[in-house]
Write a protein that binds this ligand. Structure first.
Ligand code: AMP
Length: 531
């Protein structure tokens, strides 16, 4: 059975002003139409910048004029690897406004990594940090791209050119399924792929989230996420802007700063690490969060324990949602109603989710574990220049195979049990890491854990628990194995428990299991040799 908990679109792509038949489906046009008050503050920064909606429109016009003058044509890619700043966000709007395709790149990528993205995407303009300009110019030259610089303060040759450009710019007409952005996936298995996102994908998701999370012009969002990723760029920024709300734009996460800002904010969107770190701060209290109405978490699993601790400390239930680069957001815990710890909630309005047998694509009954598949206006158009890969990831009825394993319970809540590639197959049995991690995390003295499969001569893969102890705890391998005994089927029990100080995480808070698998790859072969 397909879980279609909400099947009607609420103010989403079918709004006549914004719909597929609108004259211009350009995201920027739709955003401009939705702005009720031009003098309203859109963005503030801790260093005192205040940017109104009118300022945003004017700067986007100047930047769109610069892009056009640099030869950027509708449909061209504009690749951007810059630090977070207000002009960097406006560059996204300007690119889309010019009918071009915004292509943000993680600031951590090295020149060697950038070579792949630039040669694959063939942008006509690359905007980068001045410190990287020299190296990037060589890469850009190979594809005939122009280069402009923008630094962490939002200054550089791009803004110099914008200063002399006119505000007026006629937004380039686009169809709903024209591309607005390409976001490369993080590529932990194989080559990173460019997910092609359309104007309709982004607008429908922004309007849906605005509605389900009850965003209004009175909201003030603490924006501490990077803006090269779907979470900070689309979820946080688009929802705020489409609501006519304001955001406080922080360069990065800082627990002290965020706690200090809560008295003048209403919402925070973060990765689970934000919440774990805020919980370690003594200033996190009910009083400190009393003016806030919403804490959203996503991009990586939020431990049920973190959810509970947060409720106990602040009186707020974190609202966990689930999405990915390719699909924008798919599910969310409800605004009103049960926000279930450890679950990612119900399919969003207009989104359908189902669980299938990963081997043959057949739909599985409620409660059974399998592949999560989704379909809706949020789901991307395909991978850039990879038609075969795209075809392989979609079912014939249009459902996208997410690569996440999970289940849907009787109430329609989706539960994620890990990435398909993280599934451990031991002695022919499937072991879902999350199930084991939940058991281990409940053991006194354990802070958190990651369960991985490591090559094993007898079993193919050996279930291996990588554990971080709580501060000053002394729990050891024997104690953990003893605590698990009888709680899990024998084949699910870790063959080894190893301890680390921290789990390796990427900037979005995701545990990098590939790094752990690499690090412990000879755990069984080495110990076999030793014994
Ligand atoms: P990305 O494309 O970087 O946004 O990563 C998407 C992946 O992050 C998903 O396919 C999930 O594996 C994971 N993810 C996102 N949100 C959640 C969540 N709330 N709980 C667990 N995993 C999540």
């Amino acid at each position: 059975m397909t879980a279609k908990v909400h099947t009607t679109l609420t103010g989403s792509v079918i709004d006549p002003r914004f719909g597929a038949h609108a004259m211009n489906a350009n995201l920027f046009d739709r955003l401009e139409l939705s702005i009720a008050e031009l003098t309203k503050t859109a963005i503030t920064t801790p260093d005192g910048q205040t940017v109104s909606y009118a300022d945003l429109i004017a700067l986007s016009g100047r930047l769109a004029n610069v892009l056009t003058a640099r030869g950027v044509q509708p449909g061209d890619r504009v690749a951007v690897q810059v630090e977070k700043s207000v002009p960097a966000l406006v560059l996204y709007l300007a690119t889309v406004r010019a009918g071009a395709v915004y292509l943000p790149l993680n600031t951590a990528y090295t020149l060697a990594e950038l070579e792949y993205f630039i040669s694959d995407a063939e942008p006509s303009l690359v905007v980068c940090d001045p410190a990287k300009r020299e190296g990037i110019e060589k890469l850009a030259a190979k594809v005939g791209a122009a280069v402009e610089a923008l630094d962490a303060k939002g200054q550089g040759t791009l803004m110099d050119a914008a200063a002399d450009a006119p505000d007026a710019f006629e937004t380039v007409p686009r169809a709903g399924d024209d591309l607005a952005a390409i976001l490369y996936t993080s590529g932990t298995t194989g080559r990173s792929k460019g997910a092609m996102l359309t104007h309709d994908n982004l607008v429908s998701n922004a309007l849906t989230l605005k509605e389900v999370w009850r965003f209004t012009a009175d909201d003030v969002l603490i924006h501490a996420l990077p803006i090269y990723h779907t979470h900070g760029l689309f979820v946080a920024s688009n929802v705020t802007l489409f609501s006519g709300a304001s955001m406080i734009f922080l360069a990065k996460f800082d627990a002290d700063e965020i706690l200090g800002l809560m008295s003048r904010a209403t919402a925070l969107m973060g990765v689970p690490t934000f919440y774990v770190r805020l919980l370690q701060h003594p200033a996190l209290t009910k009083e400190a969060t009393s003016g806030m109405r919403l804490f959203v978490s996503g991009s990586a699993p939020l431990l049920a324990e973190t959810h509970r601790e947060w409720s106990a400390r602040t009186g707020h239930a974190i609202l966990e949602r689930y999405g990915m680069t390719e699909t924008n957001m798919n599910t969310s815990n409800p605004y009103d109603g049960d926000r279930v710890p450890g679950a990612v909630g119900l399919p969003l309005p207009g989104v359908s989710a189902r669980i299938t047998n990963p081997d043959n694509g057949q739909e599985l009954p409620i409660g059974e574990i399998g592949m999560i598949e989704v379909k809706g206006p949020n789901v991307f158009k395909g991978y850039w220049r990879m038609p075969e890969k795209t075809a392989a990831e979609f079912r014939s009825d249009g459902f996208f195979i997410t690569g996440d394993l999970g289940k849907i319970d009787e109430r329609g809540y989706v539960h994620i049990l890990g990435r398909g590639k993280d599934l451990v197959i031991t002695g022919g049995f499937n072991v879902y890491p999350k199930e084991i991690e939940d058991e281990i995390d409940a053991i006194t003295g354990v802070f958190e854990s990651a369960v991985i499969g490591v090559p094993h001569k007898d079993f193919g893969e050996g279930v291996t628990a990588v554990v971080v102890r709580s501060k000053e705890a002394e729990v050891d391998e024997t104690a953990i194995l003893a605590a698990l005994d009888g709680r899990l089927a024998k084949f699910k029990l870790p063959k080894r428990v190893v301890f680390v100080d921290d789990l390796p995480r990427n900037t979005m808070g995701k545990v990098q299991k590939n790094v752990l698998r690499e690090r412990f790859s000879d755990l069984y072969t080495a110990s076999a040799r030793a014994s």
